[in-house]
Design a protein around this ligand. Structure first.
Ligand SMILES: [Fe+2]
Ligand SMILES: [Fe+2]
Length: 199
């Protein structure tokens, strides 16, 4: 299994104190959400590790990040809109780093890092939990964080739907580009919402 102590040491070297604390907080939220989702101890450990490393490339110089984004060779190609949005690069670079440098072969962990910014349709439970844990970690203080936390603890699917709606509105408010991964994710939860609640 993953060596958590060594990973924490690596993160301490690569990240500012603030980002390191954020990473620990996200990992803690992963544990909480995994327990609520009744994941096995093994899956909870995988989820905790993914939460810990999700921002591992966040503070790299842009050029270094870009190299990894360009070198990405996965089933999930980097979209044009992602290439045009620098704040998204760290998740793509992070997945590359985790896979190629740390030698992680667990696709849930790699994809959880890859999609913690844009989401995608067909996310596994571990990917969803990391996405949500990043939004509700203890260091987050945006206006609706308490409501989001409550929702995530009560109904992860509905929380994903709300988070994606929020994200899309936020992007359009800034005249930004919406990656197709995000739109497809939104549609998936919108269908789910229709079936689950609109009867
Ligand atoms: Fe991030
Ligand atoms: Fe993060």
């Amino acid at each position: 299994m993953y060596n958590i102590e060594d990973t924490k040491k690596l993160l301490e070297k690569r990240l500012s104190k603030k980002r390191y604390v954020h990473s620990l907080n996200v990992a803690e939220q992963c544990k909480i959400l995994s327990n609520l989702a009744k994941l096995s101890p093994e899956d909870t450990a995988r989820c905790y590790y993914a939460g810990l490393v999700h921002d591992i490339c966040k503070e790299l110089p842009t050029q270094e990040m870009k190299k990894m984004v360009v070198a990405t060779n996965s089933n999930f190609p980097v979209s044009r809109s992602e290439l045009a949005s620098k704040p998204l690069w760290h998740s793509i670079a992070g997945a590359y780093y985790v896979k190629e440098v740390l030698g992680v072969t667990d696709s849930d962990v790699i994809n959880a890092v890859r999609f913690h910014t844009v989401a995608r349709s067909g996310m596994t439970k571990i990917e969803e939990i990391v996405y949500m844990a990043d939004l509700i970690s203890a260091d987050r203080d945006y206006k609706d964080v308490k409501r989001m936390r409550k929702l995530a603890y009560a109904d992860l699917d509905l929380a994903m739907f709300e988070a994606l709606k929020f994200s899309i509105v936020d992007i359009t408010g800034k005249n930004g580009l919406i990656p197709h991964y995000t739109i497809e994710a939104y549609n998936q939860y919108a269908y789910m919402y229709k079936n689950k609640f609109a009867k």
